[in-house]
Write a protein that binds this ligand. Sequence first.
Ligand SMILES: *Cc1c(COP(=O)(O)O)cnc(C)c1O
Length: 448
Amino acid sequence: MIASLGPRYPRKVVIESVRKVLDRKRRIILEGIVEESIDEKDILGEIVDTIQKALTSTLRPVVNATGIIVHTNLGRSILPEEAIESMVQVARSYSSLEYDLETGKRGSRYVHTERLLREVTGAEGALVVNNNAAAVFLVLNTLARGKEVIISRGELVEIGGSFRMPEVMAMSGAVLREVGCTNRTHLIDYEQAIGDSTVALMKVHKSNYRIIGFTHEVGARELVELAHRRGILALEDMGSGCFVDLSRFGLHGEPTVKGELEEGMDIVTFSGDKLLGGPQAGIIVGRKELIEKLKRNPLTRALRVDKLTLSALEATLRLYYDEDRALEYVPTLKMIAMPLDELKKRAEGLKEKLKVLVEDRSLEISVIPSKARTGGGSLPEVDIPSWAVSVKHQKVAPQMIEEFLRKFNPPIIARIEEDRLLLDVRTLQKGDDEIILEAFTRWTKVRL
Ligand SMILES: *Cc1c(COP(=O)(O)O)cnc(C)c1O
């Protein structure tokens, strides 16, 4: 019987799985505490399960029912279909990655996105690297190594995953000069700190926290005006880097890349996979001669992006020629823009289907208002109204249901609030309702 597995699965995995299952059986039998099945069919079933587990990717699709749109742990942005198609095409064939089709000579991989970025943001120049952390690092290393850069104490941010502004600066070779206080920094603080070795004033987006109460920060325009008056650079790490004004969706306070460039910032950096809704990338836009300097830094080669990223980013950026197209076809923006009444309808629909399917009468299913978030270092502490399907069991703790869903195939990631499980519909994709229904049907069977 085991021999029949041979042609279906890699030999190495079969042998390891057989060994694992038999070892486990032996141990249980020797301990003699519980009765263990030694039926051949059961054993074979266990072996097949173990093989399949070993062959499943650890990086796999999940259902995001958290309501957090740019969820860093769940892969940030879902790509637009256009970007996926473009990646598939480039992956399948040779491409013009670094080949100039006009001249027949070697070209640059950076031209593919540079023109689009210039057109969409109004910048003179643009460069794409691996992620925004790399972008900030490259900018500081190229323009400020051994020199001072002034930043407000209120903006020395730590983004998860050990990106800490002071440490990135230290690694880049730039010298950090902190000014102001945590809650208040004034223009005069920057002004008094400018010395002979100061090359830039830098603004950093407060991506994952807000300072409220007695506060003051210096805006982009004032900062730029001061920097240029004193003959130094104005740099900005925007974090998320949004292209669309989100205030019409009730989300205030997220500046746009174009807006910051219009205020006069010399260099602006941001992520490709946060509010922009594209692939992981670090995008640097700004003055042409500075961008040229960045390109000449040997580090750029080490931080460069691959062809799949470039093709996905190019396709994503193209959607931004027309803002309405971006709002419709970039999933991240679409989820933000989704009207509340549509979400309520979706939640009601899911609830009804669940009620029909799920036989467990002690499961209380209802629709309740929820709070979604953009996440991913944008608009911290700003709630987006949403709707969720709430699930509560008379006898089973919500943590148990959460675990069951998380271990389902495909996994469903939900959140627990006030002793009930919430499935926020704002982040659900097409087809996710069916997966959730399947999971709960299975839940009922396991429970019965
Ligand atoms: C998210 C973020 C980063 C890091 O960007 P990655 O693309 O994840 O490397 C850096 N700075 C700020 C302000 C951020 O919000």
